[in-house]
Ligand binder design. Structure first.
Ligand code: G3P
Ligand code: CA
Length: 253
């Protein structure tokens, strides 16, 4: 079973929460658009509902991107499905709902590659990794998915359940990467480190490459910056704007 990155040419262009500069983040509309705009992969965030379904949603709270209120993990799937997750972006997207991971796999299947961010930092031992892995297996998408998380425990669990799956560690501050990243790399087969663009340096890129891992950078929408990062040797870019990012990469060739 191949690692997703080995099937793509570098740098990989990953639509962050879908084409989220042009459609409401983490909705089917944003993912469909990302595919139309030829993103190599889509990134999204997953969380558990109160009744333990896996949904695609970024925030801990509902207010910013839906017409609901309160904490996501206190709501059932049917309560969440009744919410509008499109109007916050633009009235023309009214009726977009919060997708489940299963819906995404069902509708998009093997038409793209996936970066699935496990958002369970505040419930680090919950069943989210287990449920995500089980859906990846059900839809036979092992070679198309990379799992990422700020929670190293989630990556250790994923590694235990499906050792061949690509795993990337998300880190905010590179100064801590020697401790958490190195320790985790010694313990599981880690394929990549994902860090914010503000914190990337050539030194970090070289260091990660010397460990035979990829380095992915988020979230980059500025074409000049994209070109600079490519020259520096980053392996992938998370962008809200796949069209601009693709044009920037083409200008580089
Ligand atoms: O995976 C990169 C990026 O998505 C991590 O930050 O807050 O956008 O989920 P955030
Ligand atoms: Ca994310």
């Amino acid at each position: 079973m191949g690692y997703a990155f080995d099937q793509l040419s570098s740098p990989v262009l990953i639509a962050h929460r879908g084409a989220s500069s042009q459609a409401p983040e983490n909705t089917l509309a944003a993912f469909d658009l990302a595919l139309k705009l030829h993103a190599d992969a889509i990134e999204f965030d997953v969380r558990l509902t109160k009744d333990k379904h896996v949904i695609v949603f970024h925030d801990f709270m509902l207010q910013r991107t839906t017409n609901g209120k309160g904490k996501v993990h206190n709501k059932t799937l049917s309560e969440l499905k009744s919410l509008d997750a499109g109007s916050f972006f633009d009235p023309s997207f009214q009726g977009q709902s919060i997708p489940t991971l299963e819906e995404i796999f069902e509708k998009i299947g093997s038409r793209t590659f996936y970066h699935i961010e496990i958002k369970n930092f505040f419930h680090p031992f919950n069943k989210l990794p287990e449920k995500v892995i089980s859906l990846i297996k059900k839809y036979n998408l092992q070679s198309r998915v990379t799992i990422s998380s700020f929670n190293p425990i989630a990556l250790i669990q994923a590694n235990h359940l499906l050792p061949s799956l690509g795993k990337g560690l998300l880190m905010q501050y590179p100064q801590t990467f020697t401790f958490v990243h190195k320790g985790l790399s010694n313990y599981i087969s880690l394929k990549s480190l994902h860090i914010p663009v503000e914190n990337v340096t050539k030194g970090i890129i070289n260091h990660i490459h010397s460990m035979d891992q990829k380095i992915l950078v988020y979230t980059v929408n500025d074409p000049k910056l994209i070109r600079k990062l490519v020259l520096w040797g980053v392996d992938g870019i998370f962008t809200d704007d796949p069209r601009t990012a693709r044009n920037a990469l083409m200008a580089e060739e």
